[in-house]
Design a protein around this ligand. Structure first.
Ligand SMILES: Nc1ncnc2c1ncn2[C@@H]1O[C@H](COP(=O)(O)OP(=O)(O)O)[C@@H](O)[C@H]1O
Ligand SMILES: [Mg+2]
Length: 248
């Protein structure tokens, strides 16, 4: 199983949208995908059609008990996509793990018990806290969505510092999977300029496939569906299918 965390400490850049739709696209491609929702907001959980308020177990319970438990993985309606869901309890994990030894390795230990999947995608919270560090330590690579907006590169050096810190200590083999440009608008000079800037910084790590701004991508979560299931012919769905091919 290859584990990829989708990480950027900025909120609203497309992490959750990418986790849901890239997973759904890979699932349609016949890959078995596990999604781990590591954001207390639980947007990936609800976006994949799981009722956050009706869960007997979530990633919070696993992290507090420090071990994998039977029944923590739920099926979703997306083909070949399962999930370990999150609830708002997860926001307490930071404090509750304070005195735990190796608190950065809790998630990694849990996931080491799972290997019936081709890929595991971890959706990170918009912060540089213990949860994000756990995700980086548990992963083989990092996928970084960057929004095509004026302040796109703001915070990127901090983000790279965090990745390098994790590499120098807890996870030497952590790779950069790639940069996904999100909410791209080709008619807009700003979008084109931002892509150029990001390419100067990340070079060939930037995926050729860019995700356009598309209303279907924003609507689908309110129906608990990926955009690929909600409207498979939408521009957003087609872009994520292409991204999945490029990823593979
Ligand atoms: N390509 C896109 N086109 C239109 N809306 C998008 C797109 N990507 C994300 N959104 C919307 O923007 C908001 C933030 O995206 P989200 O994926 O939740 O970001 P993050 O997880 O990084 O906070 C959400 O309301 C989402 O539906
Ligand atoms: Mg999110």
């Amino acid at each position: 199983m290859k584990t990829i965390c989708v990480f950027n400490q900025k909120g609203g850049v497309g992490k959750t949208t990418t986790v849901i739709n890239l997973s759904a696209a890979l699932g349609l491609n016949g890959k078995k995908v596990l999604v781990v929702d590591l954001d207390p907001q639980g947007n990936t959980t609800s976006g994949l059609g799981i009722d956050k308020f009706d869960l007997s177990k979530s990633v919070y319970d696993l992290m507090i008990n420090g071990e994998y438990e039977e029944g923590c993985i739920l099926k979703t309606e997306e083909e070949n996509v399962d999930i370990i869901p999150a609830t708002s309890d997860l926001s307490g994990v930071e404090v509750e793990l304070i005195n735990v030894d190796n608190k950065e390795k809790v998630l990694s230990n849990i996931l080491s018990n799972i290997d019936d999947y081709d890929f595991c995608f971890i959706d990170c919270p918009p912060s540089l806290n213990t949860l994000s560090i756990n995700a980086l330590v548990a992963s083989d690579s990092v996928l970084i969505p960057i929004q095509c907006e004026y302040y796109a590169l703001e915070g990127v050096s901090q983000l790279m510092n965090t990745i390098n810190l994790v590499r120098s200590s807890l996870n030497k083999n952590l790779e950069i999977e790639g940069i996904v440009m999100s909410m791209f608008d080709g008619r807009n000079n700003l979008s084109l300029e931002v892509v150029e800037e990001v390419k100067k910084y990340f070079k060939d790590k930037v995926f050729t496939t860019m995700i356009p701004r598309n209303i279907r991508l924003a609507e689908a979560p309110s129906y608990g569906m990926s955009a690929l299931r909600y409207d498979k012919n939408s521009k957003g769905s087609i872009a994520y299918k292409k991204l999945a091919e490029e990823f593979l």
